[in-house]
Ligand binder design. Structure first.
Ligand code: SF4
Length: 348
C-alpha cells in the first residue's frame, strides 16, 4: 500500500493496460483477462486472478497497486434507505469520503476528487481543513470499483460531489470519467456521471469541448455577487455574470441542460425577493435548479429554512418557468455533508 514506485492499475485505460502488458512481454489477451478481473469481478488482489499465470501475477504485484486505500469507517443512516458514508484511508495516510445514496432501486455514489479543497465555501466542511493534494485517476476509479464490489454491480449514478473541486483536478477527473464510462468495463453511462463545480469557468469551457455526454452541475447558492462572495469566495475570481455567461455558452454548445445547485439557508438566501432575483438570472439558460435544505455542519452557523419557506422559493421559480425541485439533504445525521466525516477523523 505504501510503495510510491507502483502504478495505480485502475488509473490505466483499456489501451494503456494493453500497452503495459505488452511492456511485460504479454500477449494482448492477457490484458483483456486482467481488465475483466478488474471491472467485471472487481478483484481486490492479483492473487485472485486464477487464469493469470503465477509468474505474471508476481510481476503485476511488483509494478501495480490494486488497492490504493482501505475503508476505515462506515456510518449508516437508518430510516432513509441505508445511506452510508465510508471513510477511506489512502496509501499516504490521507483520508477522503464516499457516500452511497440509494434511490428507486439504484445507488448513486458520491465520490471525492481531492484530499481537502482550496475553495472554503462557508457551509462546507471539506474546505475548512484546507487542500492537501489531488486524487490520482486510479484512486478515483478505485472508489467506484470499491462501491461496485460492495453493491455487486456498478453504481447507477456517479456524482463528483464529494470532497474537492473536480475542475481543480481536471485531467485526472476526465481520465477517470472515461474509464468509469468504458463500455467494456464498469460501463456507467456518461449521462449517469455528474461533474459538480463551484463555478470554475475554465473547467466549464474545457468540458464543453470534450464531446462527452456527462451532466454538469454548478453550485450557485446566492443570486447576487455580494452574498455569493461571502458564501463562496471563488465568486471573487469568477463572478456571477461571467459564470452564467459561461454556463449559457456551455448549454448552447453542448445542447445539454445544466443543473444549478442552490442550498437554502434560513434568512440568508431564502427570501421571495431572492427567488425572483435567481429566476431573473437563470431565465435564458437551459437549466434546472436543485434546491437543497442546508445540512447543519459544526463549521457554519446557519440553519435550514422551514418547509413552508422552501415551498415558497420553489413555487416562485416555478411561476417564472424555471424547472426547480426541492430536496432535504440526505445523510445529515451521519455527517454526510461533504467533508464532515474526514474532519472528525482528523480530529482524533
Ligand atoms: S463546496 Fe465544494 S468547492 Fe466548496 S469548499 Fe466544499 S468541496 Fe470545495
Amino acid at each position: 500500500m505504501n510503495d510510491k514506485s507502483k502504478t495505480f492499475i485502475h488509473g490505466l485505460s483499456r489501451e494503456q493496460l494493453a500497452e503495459a502488458c505488452a511492456g511485460l512481454g504479454q500477449p494482448q489477451y492477457r490484458a483483456r483477462q486482467i481488465w475483466r478481473w478488474l471491472y467485471h469481478h472487481y478483484a481486490d488482489s492479483f492473487s485472485v486472478m486464477k487464469n493469470i499465470p503465477g509468474q505474471l501475477r508476481v510481476q503485476l504485484e511488483k509494478h501495480f497497486l490494486i488497492t490504493p486505500f482501505e475503508a476505515v469507517q462506515r456510518q449508516d443512516e437508518r430510516g432513509i434507505g441505508s445511506i452510508a458514508k465510508v471513510l477511506l484511508r489512502l496509501h499516504d495516510g490521507e483520508c477522503v469520503e464516499m457516500v452511497f445514496i440509494p434511490a428507486r432501486g439504484k445507488t448513486t455514489l458520491c465520490v471525492s476528487s481531492q484530499v481537502g479543497c482550496k475553495y472554503k465555501c462557508a457551509f462546507c466542511a471539506s474546505g475548512q481543513g484546507g487542500f492537501r493534494r489531488n486524487l490520482e485517476t486510479g484512486e478515483i476509479v478505485s472508489e467506484v470499483v470499491y462501491a461496485a464490489r460492495n453493491l455487486g454491480s456498478a453504481p447507477g449514478h456517479v456524482v463528483f460531489m464529494g470532497i474537492g473541486e473536480p475542475f481543480d483536478n481536471y485531467d485526472n477527473i476526465l481520465a477517470a470519467t472515461r474509464i468509469i464510462n468504458d463500455i467494456e468495463g464498469l460501463s456507467v453511462g456518461a449521462r449517469k456521471i455528474t461533474i459538480s463545480t463551484c463555478g470554475i469557468i475554465p473547467g466549464i469551457e474545457r468540458l464543453a469541448g470534450e464531446k462527452l455526454q456527462v451532466e454538469l452541475s454548478v453550485s450557485l447558492h446566492a443570486p447576487d455577487d455580494v452574498l455569493r462572495s461571502r458564501l463562496m469566495p471563488i465568486n471573487k475570481i469568477y463572478p456571477l455574470a461571467d459564470l452564467l455567461a459561461a454556463c449559457r455558452r456551455y448549454a448552447e454548445l453542448t445542447g445539454r441542460i445544466i443543473t444549478f445547485e442552490y442550498t437554502l439557508i434560513k434568512d440568508v438566501n431564502d427570501s421571495k425577493e431572492q427567488a425572483h432575483q435567481l429566476a431573473g438570472l437563470l431565465g435564458k439558460i437551459h437549466c434546472r435548479v436543485n434546491l437543497i435544505m442546508l445540512s447543519a455542519v459544526a463549521e457554519y452557523d446557519g440553519r435550514a429554512p422551514s418547509a413552508e419557506a422552501g415551498r415558497m422559493f420553489v413555487n416562485t421559480l416555478d411561476r417564472a418557468r424555471i424547472n426547480a425541485t426541492i430536496r432535504v439533504s440526505k445523510g445529515g445525521n451521519i455527517n454526510a455533508a461533504c467533508g464532515q466525516l474526514r474532519n472528525l477523523a482528523s480530529q482524533r
